[in-house]
Design a protein around this ligand. Structure first.
Ligand SMILES: [Fe+2]
Length: 359
């Protein structure tokens, strides 16, 4: 299979990975033939890439960090929780009863049990391409990345759980901000931006009232927009003065935001998002967590089309777990001419670089 931009899809191409809606329902099932009306519909919905079957790359498989069944359950339950919150008096009822904390902890454990059970230390979120951008997917992705980074840093199960739930719920305060402002496609006015910033304190207030959640969950919500150089909000904390959990999950939060569709721009490719984030190490991000991010989050999903500096091109075949920045490439063309496909190891050919991704 390979990842293809929707604008380049040949009618009749076979979908290689199911596409889900924001709440985890199946939109198009794996194996379906992509008619031009499907393609147009997906484009209208804001999708940019899909996985398609392809003879030359038939052996390439991409395992997601979270299998489809768990993804669907997590997203479905998150949606149900948010719907309860959005009902009249829902926030008060859910917050005062402690139901919110109980429910999100139980949802998070589905993710934790799977990730800890597989023992993997690599985040593969190819679903970045197979779901539209929405709160629930964002909650789940950030929680998955924070969990792996927490495990990689040797945190105890209890600490990872606090961090993971905090990551999953870091933006919960947005529930009290007007959607018209949150989804505004144009630049926000100063007043509107001040309103958006309130979501950190609002989230903190909600989470700290949950008896089932430890205080550090609420700390994630409060400080996830603090910047390493002190120019973030709400308090302008600096460097190690920002709680470690918040520094860790800020990396995951921004990465997932950049790689998702937003009302005001298209999704970025994971590798482009990472490159952008590198330029903001020390400014926005703690270098320690940027380093672990590079080590554990795979920004080159199998199936991604790449062009190399040696004039060869092909698709990512599989990650190199020792160095995620240097995956194995299945080369299918040289100098623009098809060749018998062969695997090329970027880790053993350090003079060759990936010039371009995504077709
Ligand atoms: Fe936020």
């Amino acid at each position: 299979m390979k990842i293809v931009e929707l604008t380049r899809i040949q009618p009749g191409a076979i979908l290689a990975k199911s596409i889900f809606t924001a709440n985890g329902r199946t939109l198009l099932k794996k194996g379906v033939s992509l008619s031009s009306s499907y393609v147009t519909r997906l484009e209208d919905m804001g999708f940019r890439y899909v996985y398609v079957e392809d003879a030359a790359t038939a052996d390439i498989q991409g395992e997601d960090s979270i299998p489809d069944e768990i993804r669907q359950e997590v997203l479905g339950r998150l949606e149900a929780t948010f719907q309860k919150l959005q009902a009249p008096d829902g926030i008060q009822t859910m917050v005062n009863s402690g139901d919110l904390g109980r429910e999100v902890l139980s949802i998070y454990r589905l993710l934790y049990n799977h990730l800890a059970g597989t023992g993997t230390m690599m985040v593969n979120l190819s679903a970045l391409y197979s779901s539209d951008a929405h709160t629930y997917t964002h909650c789940m992705n950030v929680a998955v990345m924070a969990t792996i980074l927490g495990l990689a840093h040797g945190y105890s199960k209890e600490l990872v759980e606090e961090l993971g739930v905090g990551a999953m719920m870091h933006d919960i305060g947005k529930i009290e901000i007007s959607p018209a402002i949150l989804n505004k496609p144009d630049k926000l006015t100063e007043l509107e931006y001040a309103e958006v910033k309130r979501h950190t304190r609002l989230g903190h207030d909600i989470l700290r009232k949950q008896p089932d959640l430890l205080p550090s969950c609420a700390i994630c919500a409060l400080y996830h927009h603090e910047w390493y150089d002190g120019s973030g909000y709400p308090e302008g904390l600096k460097g190690d003065g920002i709680p470690e959990f918040a520094r860790l999950m800020a990396v995951a939060d921004v990465y997932d935001a950049l790689t998702a569709n937003r009302p005001y721009r298209d999704a970025w490719l994971p590798s482009d998002a990472l490159e952008f984030m590198f330029t903001r190490t020390y400014k926005q991000f703690d270098p320690i967590f940027m380093r672990s991010f590079v080590k554990y989050v795979n920004v080159y999903p199998p199936g991604l089309t790449v062009r190399l500096s040696n004039k060869a091109s092909g698709v990512v075949a599989r990650p190199n777990e020792k160095n995620l920045m240097r995956p194995y490439i299945l080369v299918t063309e040289e100098d623009g001419q098809p060749v018998i496909p062969y695997e090329f190891d970027l880790a053993s050919n350090l003079n060759v670089t990936i010039l371009h991704c995504g077709g």
